[in-house]
Design a binder for this molecule. Structure first.
Ligand code: SAM
Length: 249
């Protein structure tokens, strides 16, 4: 996972993805928590919080949120956004969720858009840690990258501002491998590698972690009918799907 810090640092530096205003996407995810776990005040832990758009939306709705983010510049951005919130509604921790010590227990743990950075043995370590941070009866909300869409994208090239994004798919390891190359070669190319899971793969991964699938809430991708991002595309077209996990046994 050596690529992780450098990739997100560079991605943050050259896109505005992590500095956007919170929008409908974050409200949708906050409603998922309300509908499945309950309304505020409940304790929510967000892992890999990025620019904090969800953490802020959730805290503004009245939840007590702890946001964990690896990159200091993103953690600072979340703190900046949190200034508009009631005091103590959002705590920001800059750290690595693979090594961080967290004493508190949570009603809800979220990991939006990011599960898959490790190899399976590391993913299991993370799932066990998540299970240990959950209160009895609590639920986990997670995006999981789906392989079918990404396998079809293998070899495609797209312009993203000053960069080319080359999408690859490692068929032997079922991983999406995204490489960004500067158009004028001002920077070395940099890549991310994300494990994609079919549902049966995910069920196998979860074995022995203390967590099990409770429900599949959405399949997210570009809706061919509207050309917009949608939450109910066919599984075969989904970029990712949203699962709810609960305690196993
Ligand atoms: C694809 S971004 C998604 C950000 C946010 N969840 C969203 O949906 O906009 C993944 C985020 O996870 C963070 N991250 C990756 N590995 C991490 C780790 N080990 N500990 C904490 N944060 C991590 C990255 O820095 C990045 O901000």
């Amino acid at each position: 996972m050596e690529w992780v810090f450098e990739f997100y640092r560079k991605q943050n530096a050259w896109t505005s993805a992590y500095r956007q205003q919170p929008g409908e996407n974050e409200k949708f995810k906050t409603r998922l928590i309300e509908n499945n776990v309950g309304g505020p005040p409940l304790q929510v832990l967000e892992l890999g919080a990025g620019g904090g758009q969800f953490a802020v939306t959730c805290a503004r709705a009245g939840y007590q949120v702890v946001a964990v983010e690896l990159l200091p510049e993103l953690a600072d951005h979340i703190k900046e956004l949190a200034r508009s919130l009631p005091p103590d509604s959002l705590e920001v921790i800059c750290g690595d969720f693979f090594s961080l010590h967290i004493e508190e227990r949570f009603d809800t743990i979220c990991y939006w858009d990011g599960f898959g950075i490790g190899e399976d043995r590391e993913q299991r370590v993370l799932l066990k840690r998540i299970a240990s941070w959950l209160k009895p009866g609590g639920l986990v909300f997670m995006d999981v990258y789906s392989p079918w869409f990404w396998a079809r994208e293998d070899g495609k090239k797209q312009r993203w501002g000053e960069f080319w994004r080359e999408t690859g798919f490692d068929f032997s390891r079922c991983r999406l491998v995204d490489t960004f190359c500067h158009c004028e070669e001002k920077e070395e190319p940099f890549s991310q590698s994300l494990r994609c899971y079919t549902l049966p793969d995910l069920e196998l991964l979860l074995e022995g972690t203390g967590l099990k699938i409770v429900s599949i809430e959405y399949q997210a991708g570009f809706d061919p009918n509207t050309g917009e991002f949608g939450y109910q595309v066919d599984f075969s077209d989904a970029i990712m799907y949203g699962v709810i996990l609960g305690e196993d046994g």
